[in-house]
Write a protein that binds this ligand. Sequence first.
Ligand code: CA
Ligand code: CA
Length: 410
Amino acid sequence: MTAIPGYRLLTLGLTAVLTAGFLFAPLQGKKEETPVEAFSAGPGFEAMHYSDSYAVYQWALCNTGILKLVPNAKNLPDNTDTDGSSAGPAWESGAALTSVSGIDLNIEAAWKKYDARPEKRQVVVALIDTGVDYTHPELADAVWINSDEIAGDGIDNDGNGYVDDVYGWNFYDNNNHVFTGSDDRHGTHSAGTIAAARDGIGTVGICDSDYVKIMVIKTLGTSAGVGTASDVIKAIEYAQANGAVICNLSFGTAKYSEELYQTMKNSGMLFIVAAGNGDESGRGYDIDGEPVYPASFDLDNIISVANLQFDGNLDKASNFGVKSVDLAAPGNYILSTTSGGGYGYMSGTSMAAPMVTGAAAMLYSYDTSLSVTDIKGRLLNSVHRLSSLQGKTATGGMLDISAAFALSEN
Ligand code: CA
Ligand code: CA
């Protein structure tokens, strides 16, 4: 094994093995080629419990059924496109132009219950992805810090086999640099969805970062987000050994790995997995028949997630499967953090999975009587059923966080 990414890709032929790009790049690429005509769904968020200024453009938090132009310069930070992404989502022809009120996470009541409860559990969520910009103001308090490790002394202080792993580990390059720059926007975006700061600026994550911490495990590299099954296995073992209980996997491959299957089965963690973004032409397919792993693994500790648009339909690129895919969550035109301290929109099942990861972590933190297995049951038993998802997902519904919270005693 070499640490030179290009060599690794070419000689081992791994581009098709595990890629985040496979999941989001086709959509993302199209958008960046299209002249920017920025829209988002909203507003409505001003009246809610946390009114961070840019979160008003995050339809996933509160969809009032109104599509609203996002004036780029005025409403998004100047550094939005530091990584080359547009300030707002360019509108694809054929994309949904109808926003349906109530097609959102239904989070507000759950937030209020969560904040009212004095005793909550600390939760570590592993993000096995690209790296994460842990210096982003929205994420600085949200990242897990290995308190048993002394930074920069060249010694494996906690004896876990990794030297100076203060913020996690980089299995792609085999070092402790979990943020490497613009290649890490995919993971940075997911981290913001889970736990961006409630600081009155930018966006907000689903979770309160006082209680939910993100363990950054960079396992995918290059701007396309590629990696290997063997590194993912090491990453899962690292997450498990260092205290993570919930693990987000927004990548996939058509190639089955028995070792990955067994590692996930035996880990004791709950995995939230993206279902994948369709074929080469950007058309979603049934992963019961054409499996995508790990989403199609038949395991009790996996929740597989499809990408829902704000009109209540699956994105046309989202994979589905009445056996393999459990539920849908908002994944289209999602505003979150990007590398370099910026904000940007991204779309795909890669964006939908962290919505469910955030919900799982928030509920696990809130109701200390629940195991991670219980969390899966709660989230699946409380979905907001939609006719568009019948025959497409096992539950026939989308994530509904307040309904999941309502199943707890108080
Ligand atoms: Ca260590
Ligand atoms: Ca914020």
